[in-house]
Design a protein around this ligand. Structure first.
Ligand code: PRT
Ligand code: ZN
Length: 299
């Protein structure tokens, strides 16, 4: 490992993950000055710099020690982890956190007209993909012997061109499959953007920066879903109201001046709160309910 004292993070230069990656790092308090070639961003608020690269290059750059962390789709990272495992060697990189954006599935799709029941029907078939390692691993785990046709792109037209029977590709809305008269029948991998790191984290100042960044990332991810819920209720109804809160935590109960049996309550909820939750709470005795978004959170 090199003896750099600044941390380096690789993110996608331009593509589906770029904006959300920059947004996440900004929410973690990192600000950058872009260089003229736009491939390197110097960290101004902390000694953390960015490299803007193709998503496929992120794991390799971590393995080579060019950068310490990277944001990349689990699909890309897992494919390369499987690919690097030859000879029983442990992979030189790993997933540290899932980041909650760039969600998609790596799925097997078959022609619309195909009467699909189960994965045994893949036996003896040719499946086109740009993820040969993930597909082969899934076929093996499911005890199916199909042949993997490794393509470099435009997988969805392979069945029409006759170069494969089925495909295995990323799906999000399903529109691309539908436009190609294909249907999704089996999920090989649930994917989203992840924070990737080397097999071992540096134990110098960079390691401390990584720890701090992970704490901030956890906070940023947590506040995205968490809400502060406030209400007034009779003290006697408190327990039954709290039970109605999804994943409610850390209730603070305050007496209300001049009202002996009334309390004001505030609690953090780590799950989405629906109208139904609020209506149920009202029926249980809650009044003056407020649901507020959180800005920052540090456990
Ligand atoms: O230039 P570079 O190599 O960096 O970019 P890239 O073109 O390889 O990657 P990019 O930006 O397309 O995707 C980056 C990452 O976003 C992927 O590795 C996934 O982790 C994630 N992601 C999320 C997706 C999708 N959703 C997605 N829908 N990546 C690709 N797609 C494609 C899919 O391949 C298919 O062609 O979109 C089409 C399907 O979309 P739907 O909505 O029609 O189902
Ligand atoms: Zn790519």
């Amino acid at each position: 490992m090199s003896s750099r004292d600044r941390l380096r993070i690789a993110i996608q230069k331009s593509g589906r993950l770029s904006e959300a990656s920059l947004d996440l790092l900004a929410r973690c308090g990192l600000s950058f000055r872009r260089s003229r070639d736009k491939l390197f961003c110097f960290g101004e608020s902390l000694p953390v710099d960015l490299l803007l690269v193709r998503d496929d290059d992120v794991p390799g750059m971590i393995a080579d020690g060019v950068c310490d962390l990277g944001v990349v789709g689990r699909n890309v990272l897992s494919e390369q982890i499987l690919g690097s495992g030859a000879g029983g060697q442990p992979a030189p990189f790993r997933e540290l956190r899932s980041l909650g954006f760039g969600k998609c599935r790596l799925s097997v799709a078959v022609p619309d007209a195909f009467d699909y029941h189960d994965a045994d029907q893949f036996s003896g078939m040719r499946i086109a993909t740009t993820y040969p390692n993930l597909l082969a691993d899934w076929l093996q785990r499911n005890d199916v012997s199909a042949s993997v046709v490794n393509l470099s792109g435009s997988v969805e037209i392979a069945p029409r061109l006759g170069s494969a029977d089925f495909i295995c590709d990323l799906v999000s809305s399903g529109a691309t499959l539908a436009a190609n008269q294909l249907k999704e029948v089996a999920v090989v991998l649930e994917s989203e953007a992840v924070l990737a790191a080397g097999a071992e984290l540096p134990c110098d100042e960079r390691g401390e920066l990584i720890d701090m960044l992970l704490r901030r990332i956890d906070g940023v991810i947590q506040v995205r879903v968490s809400k502060l819920v406030m209400w007034h209720s009779p003290r006697s109804a408190l327990e039954s109201i709290q039970r109605l809160l999804p994943n409610g935590q850390q209730a603070t109960v305050t007496p209300i001046e001049g009202l002996d049996n009334e309390v004001a309550v505030q609690a953090i909820c780590n799950e989405a709160i629906t109208w139904q939750h609020l209506e149920d709470m009202k029926r249980a005795g809650a009044r003056q309910m407020l649901v507020l978004p959180l800005e920052q959170m540090l456990a």
